[in-house]
Design a protein around this ligand. Structure first.
Ligand code: PEP
Ligand code: MN
Length: 345
C-alpha cells in the first residue's frame, strides 16, 4: 500500500502516519519528493482498509498495490488448476461440457435427456433440484427426489452430476448425490454458503453474480479456497446491462481476463447469458474461441413444456449439432472436445 501525503503536509502529520504504520506491525519506506512525501507500507496489506488511512491528518490518497485476492491469483499459482474427477479433467486440454435441463422434472425426463446429452459427448449432467426462482409461485424444484433422479440418470449414463446448493444447511444432503456443487448467480456473495462449500469435499462451480465485477467473483472464490477447498471453477453466465433483447449480456471479455488473473478453470453458461436458444450455439463457439475450459448448457427434450427456462433450452438434436460445431472451434484453438463415435447399425 502506498500513502501519498498532501502537498505541504507537516512533519508532525508525516510522523503520525509513520507511528501508525509501526503500531500495526508494518514497516515504512519514505520517499521525499520536491512537492510531497510518499510512504510505502511494507508487509501484507490485504487486511488493511485503505479508506481508514485516508482520514489521517495530511493524507491525500492511499493506493493498494496487491490484488485483494491471493489464493485465487495466477501469481500465487502460475500453472492452470486442473480438477480431475472420475476420469473427467476440467481445466486441461479437453473442453468439458455439462448439459441437461434447467430443472429435474420427472424420471422419464431426466433419463431421456441424460441419454441424449451423453450420446452427443457431454460428460457431466446438470439439473436443478433446488431452484432459486425469482417468483415464489414458480416451480421450486423437486428437492431430494430430484437429486435422487439426477444421480440415477448420471450413473446409468456414466456422467457426473452438477447441481445447485442454495443453503449451508443443505450442503450435506446435496453432497450425498452431487459430484460438483453449483453456487448460483443469486448466491455468489452468500458468504455462509461459500464457507460451507469451502469446508466440503466436492468441487464447486461458482457462478458470477449477475451484477458482480470480475474482482468480486474472484473474491467469492477466495472465500471457498481460504476454507480449504481448492477445487473451484468459475462460471461466466451473463451480467445485467441496459440491453433487454437478451436475458443477460455474455461478458466474453471475462473469459480471457479471468484466464490471466486466476489459475482456476473458467466455464461459460451461454443459456442463462442469452436466454435465447437460437443464440446458444454462436456464444458457445465464441466462449471456446476465447479460452473457456468448458460450457454448461440447458437441454430439454420438450422445451415448450419445460417447467423453467424452456426458451433458452436446446433440443437434443440442436445440442448434438452444437457439440460438433464447438469441437471444430476447440481444435482451432489447440483444445479438444472428444465426441463419441456415432453408433452404426
Ligand atoms: C441454473 O443454472 O439453472 C441457474 C439458476 O443459473 P444462474 O444461477 O446462473 O441463474
Ligand atoms: Mn436455468
Amino acid at each position: 500500500m502506498v500513502i501519498v501525503m498532501r502537498q505541504g503536509a507537516t512533519k508532525r502529520e508525516v510522523g503520525a502516519v509513520l507511528a501508525h504504520i509501526e503500531e500495526l506491525g508494518y514497516r515504512a519506506h519514505i520517499s521525499q519528493g520536491v512537492e510531497r512525501t510518499i510512504i510505502g507500507v511494507i508487509g501484507d496489506e490485504r487486511p488493511l482498509d485503505p479508506t481508514a488511512w485516508e482520514i489521517l491528518e495530511g493524507v491525500e490518497n492511499v493506493v493498494r498495490i496487491l490484488k485483494p485476492y491471493k489464493l485465487a491469483s495466477r501469481e500465487f499459482h502460475p500453472d492452470n488448476t486442473v480438477i480431475t474427477l472420475n476420469g473427467v479433467s476440467i481445466g486441461g486440454d479437453e473442453i468439458v461440457v455439462m448439459a441437461g435441463p434447467c430443472s429435474v422434472e420427472s424420471r422419464e425426463q431426466i433419463m431421456d435427456i441424460a441419454q441424449a446429452v451423453r450420446a452427443a459427448g457431454a460428460t457431466m449432467l446438470r439439473g436443478g433440484a433446488f431452484k432459486p426462482r425469482t417468483s415464489p409461485y414458480a416451480f421450486q424444484g423437486m428437492g431430494e427426489a430430484g437429486l435422487k433422479l439426477l444421480r440415477e440418470a448420471a450413473d446409468a449414463t456414466g456422467m457426473l452430476v452438477v447441481t445447485e446448493v442454495m443453503a449451508p444447511a443443505e450442503v450435506p444432503l446435496v453432497a450425498q448425490y452431487a459430484d460438483v456443487f453449483q453456487i448460483g448467480t443469486r448466491n455468489m456473495q452468500n458468504y455462509s454458503l461459500l464457507h460451507a462449500v469451502g469446508e466440503a469435499h466436492r468441487p464447486v462451480l461458482l457462478k458470477r453474480g449477475m451484477s458482480s465485477t470480475i474482482e468480486e467473483l474472484l473474491m467469492a472464490a477466495e472465500y471457498i479456497l481460504s476454507h480449504g477447498n481448492y477445487r473451484v471453477m468459475l462460471c461466466e453466465r451473463g451480467i445485467r446491462t441496459f440491453e433487454t433483447f437478451t436475458r443477460n449480456t455474455l461478458d466474453i471479455n471475462a473469459v480471457p481476463a479471468l484466464k490471466s488473473l486466476t489459475h482456476l478453470p473458467v466455464i461459460v453458461d451461454p443459456s442463462h447469458a442469452t436466454g435465447k436458444r437460437e443464440l446458444v450455439d454462436a456464444t458457445s463457439r465464441a466462449a471456446v474461441a476465447a479460452g473457456a475450459d468448458g460450457l454448461i448448457i440447458e437441454v430439454h427434450d420438450h422445451p415448450e413444456r419445460a417447467l423453467s427456462d424452456g426458451a433458452q433450452s436446446l433440443t437434443p438434436a440442436q445440442f448434438a449439432q452444437l457439440m460438433r460445431r464447438v469441437s471444430r472451434i476447440a481444435e482451432a484453438v489447440d483444445r479438444r472436445l472428444t465426441l463419441p463415435e456415432p453408433v452404426t447399425a
